[in-house]
Design a protein around this ligand. Structure first.
Ligand code: AMP
Length: 175
């Protein structure tokens, strides 16, 4: 979900596992700053709370993952977001971590983000992102649950508690 703590936990986990972290949301926010047709299109889609197309998203992720630093593993944040992305992605996914947070809590968090908020944090866009999540990403969660790859953690706790829980389930021990 938007605002569930993906980037916080993703960065912590990447550091712990010593593998690079890749966030599609971050890549798209950078592209949206560019004054190019693609940049403008991405900005419009993001600010409306919608998803970038599967083909563009897959192309970008697959291109990044060809770089040498990703060859020994990676943490992906915010990807795959649709069943199409999940089914077409062949680079390998070992575990999927779902940070579970209620819609109500997400609304609160995003409307009052303490980093000053983002351009796609308008109330209308937030509501749309929540709706889009249930429509397109709920099935992705089910897909990985059925494959036995899903790790579902309660995301309504402190950063430290959530991290400890994830590390415990992944059997990563503090070094
Ligand atoms: P995030 O920071 O992960 O919540 O992503 C912010 C926005 O970037 C989303 O609302 C989408 O517009 C776009 N985005 C991020 N990841 C994806 C993805 N895997 N597929 C399509 N759009 C995405």
């Amino acid at each position: 979900m938007p605002g569930a703590g993906k980037s916080t936990q993703g960065n912590l986990l990447a550091k712990k596992l010593k593998v690079p972290y890749l966030s599609t949301g971050h890549i798209f926010r950078e592209l949206a700053k560019e004054h190019t047709p693609l940049g403008r299109r991405i900005k419009l889609v993001m600010n409306a709370g919608l998803l970038i197309s599967d083909s563009k998203t897959l192309q970008i992720v697959i291109d990044y993952l060809k770089r040498p630093e990703y060859q020994k593993g990676y943490i992906l944040d915010g990807f795959p977001r649709t069943l199409g992305q999940a089914q077409k992605f062949k680079n390998g996914i070992e575990k999927v971590i779902y940070l579970k947070v209620s819609d109500k809590e997400i609304l609160w968090r995003l409307a009052y983000r303490d980093d000053g908020g983002r351009e796609d944090d308008t109330l209308l866009a937030i509501r749309k992102r929540i709706e889009v999540f249930h429509k397109f990403t709920d099935p992705v969660i089910e897909y990985y649950r059925k494959k036995g790859q899903l790790l579902e953690v309660n995301g309504e706790r402190t950063v430290e508690e959530i991290q400890r829980d994830i590390l415990k389930h992944l059997k990563v021990h503090a070094k």
